[in-house]
Design a protein around this ligand. Structure first.
Ligand SMILES: Cc1cc2nc3c(=O)[nH]c(=O)nc-3n(C[C@H](O)[C@H](O)[C@H](O)COP(=O)(O)O)c2cc1C
Length: 341
């Protein structure tokens, strides 16, 4: 799909099978097809999820699905072969089901339902986390979507612990499971808790033990140590990485190495830098010229949590708007490749 991936691909990490799986989280406006391509090429992910397809009044045309999931043109997989589930957000069971059928017809390897988005605008139009308040409606969405697509197409869902508090958590989980989904990701916070730490991993332990379907733990997984500790506390085998995956592009690979008892050095800044240059170029092919630099700046803001050099670079390029100028600026400060070894 993207020529630049060939280079990383030659070093791509092929995951040996383990009892655990890692999913790259959906992140609206951040984890688009370019970022999915980049991160899955570095390796370690079993699956990713698109940005959300907002379902409000109609059955959307194919082009909307292709725009948010260009991987549909290549069997619903990134170049590294990682399946990309199409994420639907909405509350009308029938419309959600009919749109899921479009995604299925276009070759989506799975459908993921968003019941976690905390955005006020989304919740006001009855999408995302607001459905946590009405487990019966959440169940209906799950079951209509499940029944609308072929059994071989997995339907998964992502929830939080609750809306205001976690008192309905078990009822919400039961509703999703009764609705027939095949896997459930839990962002271990309520909607009220937003994105603030901590994530309440221990709240997942009982359902992970009793559930008939896999429960995927999510929230505040920034390092391999976090993932190991989350597994111990939540009793989950599978994990979804979100912001941590952007701060540390090799996070999934590092987690897998830790599971295997391998000690490998983390990706260094000189190794990350060429990815930034290629990310910029891929975005120039994907977005209008005036927007091509924005994803890079956004990524630097995440990267600076792990690489102080990214913060320095961000300060020096944050006002640049043109692709050519940004490309030149990156070439000027590129660390020598010899440092990457
Ligand atoms: C910018 C941003 C966009 C997000 N978009 C989505 C989304 O479209 N669908 C969804 O289910 N979760 C979305 N999330 C939530 C993440 O998938 C994840 O649940 C959350 O960030 C917690 O994981 P973390 O603590 O590892 O970041 C988003 C989070 C962020 C920060």
């Amino acid at each position: 799909m993207y020529a630049w991936c060939a280079m990383i691909n030659s070093n791509a990490y092929k995951s040996p099978p383990t009892d655990h799986r890692l999913v790259l989280a959906p992140m609206e406006g951040v984890v688009d097809s370019v970022m999915r391509e980049l991160l899955t090429t570095i390796g370690g992910y079993d699956r990713c999820v698109t940005e959300f397809v907002r379902i409000s009044q109609t059955v959307l045309p194919s082009r909307v699905f292709y725009r948010l999931c260009p991987e549909l043109a290549t069997g619903g997989r990134t170049t590294a072969g990682t399946p990309v589930f199409v994420q639907l957000l909405g509350s009308n069971p029938n419309l959600m089901a009919r749109n899921a059928q479009v995604a299925e017809r276009l070759g989506a390897p799975g459908i993921d339902l968003n019941f976690g988005c905390p955005a006020k605008t989304v919740n006001k139009s009855h999408g995302g986390a607001v459905l946590l308040k009405t487990p019966d409606l959440l169940r209906a969405v799950c079951s209509e979507v499940r029944n609308a697509v072929a059994p071989k197409v997995p339907v998964t869902a992502k929830i939080r612990l609750g809306f205001e508090d976690d008192r309905q958590f078990e009822a919400i989980v039961n509703a999703a499971v009764d609705g027939g989904i095949s896997e459930l990701t839990v962002h271990a916070k309520t909607r009220r808790q937003g994105y603030r730490p901590p994530a309440h991993w221990s709240r997942l332990a009982q359902i992970a033990k009793e559930s008939t379907i896999p429960i995927i733990a999510n929230g505040e997984l920034w390092s391999p140590t976090d993932v190991i500790r989350c597994g111990e506390v939540s009793r989950c085998n599978d994990f979804m990485l979100a912001r941590g995956a952007l701060c540390r592009p090799d996070l999934a690979r590092a987690v897998r190495h830790t599971w295997q008892g391998l000690e490998t050095p983390p990706m260094s800044w000189p190794e990350v830098f060429p990815l930034l240059q290629r990310y910029l170029r891929s975005n120039a092919n994907t977005y209008e010229p005036q927007y091509a630099c924005n994803p890079l700046k956004q990524w630097l803001v995440y990267l600076k949590h792990y690489f102080p050099q990214a913060g320095v670079l961000f300060s020096s390029v944050k006002r640049i708007k043109s692709f050519d100028e940004m490309d030149r600026a990156l070439n000027t400060v590129a660390p020598p490749m010899s440092e990457a070894a």
